[in-house]
Design a protein around this ligand. Sequence first.
Ligand SMILES: C[S@@+](CC[C@H](N)C(=O)[O-])C[C@H]1O[C@@H](n2cnc3c(N)ncnc32)[C@H](O)[C@@H]1O
Length: 237
Amino acid sequence: MTDRIIQQQIEYYRARANEYDEWFYRKGRYDRGTQINQRWFNEIATLKNTLHQIGMVDDILELASGTGIWTQELLRIGKKITAIDASEEVIAINRSKLNSLSVEYHLIDLFTWQPDTTYDLVFFAFWLSHVPPNLLDSFLTKVYQSVRVGGQVFIIDSCFEPTSTANNHILEDDANIYKTRKLNDGQEFQIVKIFYQPDELKDKLQKAGFQVEVKLTDNYFIYAQGKKLKQFVICNS
Ligand SMILES: C[S@@+](CC[C@H](N)C(=O)[O-])C[C@H]1O[C@@H](n2cnc3c(N)ncnc32)[C@H](O)[C@@H]1O
């Protein structure tokens, strides 16, 4: 089941690559009218301000980097960005939008990814909610390994808010982690989507080794900022 859903998610984002940005910029099926859209954009501004407050760092790793919406923000605070995604289509869009020699792209499935170096900042947006629960701890352990001692992790994800998704996505029971997603042409895919509560996310990140703060914006987003203070070794004895 897990392997199948991981492949479906990759296929979904490959097929969605050209229409992905409509979600973020509140276009087409995601346009909820001026007032609700403005709420979304205001909360995005809060996230961007918080991210920019990190200040300049040398090396950033962006996981599930997508079409460049956040890569372009990371370029404002990082000298070099390593961007990983499993979809060649979204990488192509990201590359052509940013056209930057400071971004290095890698086509990698994050469930087979093995970190081989460390970064000042590891960032991922709207990715953790797609990690199947049985793979979460091992994924976060790899994230921890990829942050240098003294470095940070910054995570952004979705809250359960019906107007965040497309107007033809049925509001499903949020306890069911398997959701159906449609493309503009009506094609359907199954994905994992988990809406974390702050305490739950904080607990997971602390167990991975981070000293962490988790916050919510008014409606749409949950975000976490964690520090790696020392090399953390899990002891089984
Ligand atoms: C919700 S999008 C987020 C993109 C970007 N972080 C943003 O916020 O705009 C999820 C991204 O995860 C990528 N993805 C899906 N499955 C993946 C996997 N197994 N390994 C790496 N990336 C994957 C997709 O191609 C897509 O770009």
